[in-house]
Design a protein around this ligand. Structure first.
Ligand SMILES: *Cc1c(COP(=O)(O)O)cnc(C)c1O
Length: 386
């Protein structure tokens, strides 16, 4: 057969992943309720979901989604620039801009699509990108597509970012500084005030990826709002797929930058608009986030209760990593917790750096005090046996 070499290539790659305990498989997982997952007939308390507020299961959000699907159909039918810009988009972009206090917002098909579209629309081969080494894969993908000169600084090391800017900014036309607001695998906050000051000093533009900040820190407004005074971050990107409980990505920014993105971001222009039901669900969920501060405060409070029970440092977000080192240890701990009724995923390289495979525990507003005590007890037992 002419594709024999392809089959050998795929089988060889998979075997190599298998020996390093890095092969991934997709496991069918149902949702039983906000904080419970179903694997086969096994019901598990889930600490593995980014639906921090349970909004994907909220009756008002589901109702808004159903109504929009009924009124406008199941799909958008075309790119937003052709006929896919259905009337529900304007309300969603207005709501996002209001929440962040920016002039405008642009909604993309997903957070990944936002990053691979926005970065090359803002910088190119003459330009410099200075970014945190722990940035999400799609920020690196966007930087690669931009063909800019890329320099990484050690995770959350604002002093090194400043040194890189001082040493290299002058050789390039424009410069973009990239960081996550809340780091997806570490759960810590970026030193945004220091990065913003450095960016300003060197005429660089700061862009934050707040996929894990919106809805859970800064009164729900995200990582730019943690210290009381809102930070004037030029480009605030995020997703509608995590705390917002729906799907899609967004960028909150000035009117001029938003219009430039509408004209230049290929991942907005050359892809179909989001289904109406998805847009309506996100709009309803953002309305809940803006009006229910008690709900928004819960995931972090739950993470703090767990950390106190385990006597580990107080978390800055609802993401609590338990670093175990090798992929084997992380996979083994995850399997042992599953036996005890808890779903906690093992995160392995290349998602995290070599030697830092971990359990990533995420907390939701829907977890009860018993869920958290139960997990803390199970975790203590599993770690002692590892
Ligand atoms: C999940 C995630 C994304 C991608 O968002 P999607 O809407 O799921 O495509 C981007 N950046 C970070 C930091 C993320 O954690």
């Amino acid at each position: 057969m002419s594709d024999d070499s392809l089959q050998r290539f795929a089988t060889g790659k998979l075997a190599s992943l298998e020996t390093r305990k890095l092969r991934r498989t997709l496991i069918e997982t149902g949702r039983k309720s906000e904080a419970h997952a179903l694997r086969g007939s096994h019901e598990l308390v889930s600490f593995a979901c980014n639906d921090y507020l349970g909004l994907s299961q909220h009756p008002d959000v589901i109702e808004a989604s159903c109504r929009a699907t009924h009124d406008f159909g199941a799909g958008a039918g075309a790119s937003r620039h052709v006929t896919g810009n259905h009337p529900l988009y304007a309300a969603l972009e207005r709501r996002l801009a209001d929440l962040k206090g920016t002039e405008d917002a642009v909604v993309f098909g997903s957070g990944y699509l936002a990053n691979v579209g926005v970065i090359p629309a803002l910088v190119g081969s003459e330009d410099l990108i200075v970014m945190d080494e722990h940035c999400h894969s799609c920020l690196f993908a966007g930087a690669t597509l931009a063909r800019s000169h890329v320099l990484r600084f050690a995770h959350n090391d604002a002093a090194q970012a400043e040194a890189l800017l001082a040493g290299h900014r002058g050789q390039h036309h424009h410069c973009l500084v990239l960081t996550e607001g809340v780091f997806s695998m570490d759960g810590d906050l970026a030193p945004l005030p220091a990065l913003l000051a450095s960016a300003r000093r060197h005429d660089a533009w700061l862009m934050t990826d707040d996929a894990h900040g919106l809805g859970v820190v800064g009164d729900g407004r995200g990582s730019g709002f943690v210290d009381g005074v809102p930070l004037e971050i030029a480009v605030q990107m995020g997703t509608l797929s995590k705390a917002v409980g729906s799907y899609g990505g967004y960028v909150c920014t000035s009117r001029a930058v938003a219009d430039l993105l509408r004209n230049r971001a290929r991942s907005l222009i050359y892809t179909t608009g989001l289904p109406p039901g998805v847009v309506a669900a996100a709009t309803k969920a953002l309305e809940i986030i803006a009006s229910d501060p008690a709900l928004v405060a819960k995931p972090l409070a739950n993470a703090a209760a767990f950390a106190a029970a385990l006597k580990i440092p107080e978390p800055q977000s609802p993401i609590v990593p338990i670093v175990l080192g090798t992929p084997e240890r992380a996979v083994q701990a995850s399997a042992a917790l599953e036996e005890l009724g808890f779903l906690v995923v093992a995160i392995r390289p290349p998602t995290v750096p070599e030697g830092t495979a971990r359990l990533r525990v995420t907390f939701s507003a829907a977890h009860s005090a018993e869920d958290i005590e139960g997990l803390a007890g199970a975790m203590t037992a599993v770690l002692a046996r590892l």
